[in-house]
Design a protein around this ligand. Sequence first.
Ligand code: ACM
Ligand code: ZN
Length: 525
Amino acid sequence: MKRRIVIVAFIMAININLGIAQEKLLSLIPYPQKVTLVDNDFNITKSVKILIDKSDKEMLRLAEVLNRSLAQNLKITSKARVSKVIEIAIDKSLAKSSEAYQLIVNRKNVKITAANYAGVFYGIQTLHQLVEGDLIKGVMIEDEPRFKYRGLHIDVCRHFFPVEFIKKFIDVMAFYKYNNLHWHLTEDQGWRIEIKKYPKLTEIGSKRAQTKIGHYGDKLHEFDGVPVEGFYTQEQIKEIVAYAKGKYINVIPEIEMPGHATAALTSYPHLGCKGEDYKVAENWGVFHTIYCAGKESTFKFLEDVIDEVVELFPSKYIHIGGDEAFKDHWKECLLCKKRMEEEGLKDFHELQSYFIQRMEKYINSKGKQIIGWDEILEGGLAPNATVMSWRGMKGGIAAANMDHDVIMTPGSPCYFDNYQGPKSDEPLAIGGMNTLEKVYEFNPFPKELPTEKHHFILGAQANLWSEYIKTEDHMEYMAYPRACALSEVLWSSEKKSSFEEFKNRMKKHYEFLDAMNVNYFDKEK
Ligand code: ACM
Ligand code: ZN
């Protein structure tokens, strides 16, 4: 009895001592909500077994995930009475958030429990980070995410990235407890998803002849003469979606409308207001090409595309873009003007809103919800839309105040295509400056938003636009370590550690990234 009191007092002392202001935390990212050190490490030997309910197929799969992440091949058993075990189990009584877990490591056992499989998966990620050789640090962890949407976006249109790379990108996301991959699949510079009903989208729209050299703002107007092409077959898409699901990552496809449609219109010119003269874009920036909002054939086409998309993606959300749609072609189009008259629309913003709302209705009829960039607020927000706030936080604030869900991805600091170090030292980027520290200090809850509206902020996301990112190495270099910092913003307590302390923990994570063969920016190396 006496001994127990001493042990409890000891644990409490360490726990208090471990307040987040403490000098040195364990090298965990994102840092768990509650960590208590136990002076009692677990030694992984050959006799250790993984204890699970073997009749549970998903748990069996997770036991294999655990073995891989520990770089072990431990026997898997259902027999509770073996001596040293790493146990993973579902415990419905633990239900806090659906992604919560508990992890206990002591000399005899390791135990991960969660109300759901996702929690078990996150417990395994944390365990992976606690391993030093054959030792696992003694701890008691209670953890759950601060935000339910933790996303990264990847643009595979400006430059194409193959299936194997997308899988690797997903691996690293999972390690940092991200749960949404926003896959930007259609653009002016390339259409990258096979649509069986419209084969020209990939026969024509997935290819561009060349790319402008240098920054798009440069006066020099030279092209490299190097063709860029690539798309994902539907089989490959299914493969990636299933792969991500195995890591508890939802994949959200983005099919852009009504703007950013040059590749689609090059493939099927009758869908534009002009009906001709389109070419898959070879330069960056915002183009005037736009789907005609007056033609029924536009909606038929987009509905057909959505029909195939919803079959491929189990995601509750379909992203419909909605950003940067110049209305010049609409202004010159008799059919678009006729549509406005018939629908009583007073300006071209309302015509865009008509367009988005009509597509929302269709997508809702398929049991899905739309996400759109914050321009979808203009001319009237579609009734069930989630808004992705990219032009700062104001679109997100407006949407949350209208009781709409919001995902925060403000250019500063969530655009990871921006510079992260002095321009003179860095590869060409679009502009801006989003340093690691700026990302770490980001708070997805804007000061201006009343607390009672905070629950509309589902979370945040960083975006990796690929105009200037041509290679896999460069993509990773722009993503990491900034995505480590954002993972902590999204998962850890709002009262997280200091940036200095985060940088300390990052040292170990450069080793993890090395082990995963992931490239990264590291100013201090
Ligand atoms: C965007 O960056 N155009 C959403
Ligand atoms: Zn038109």
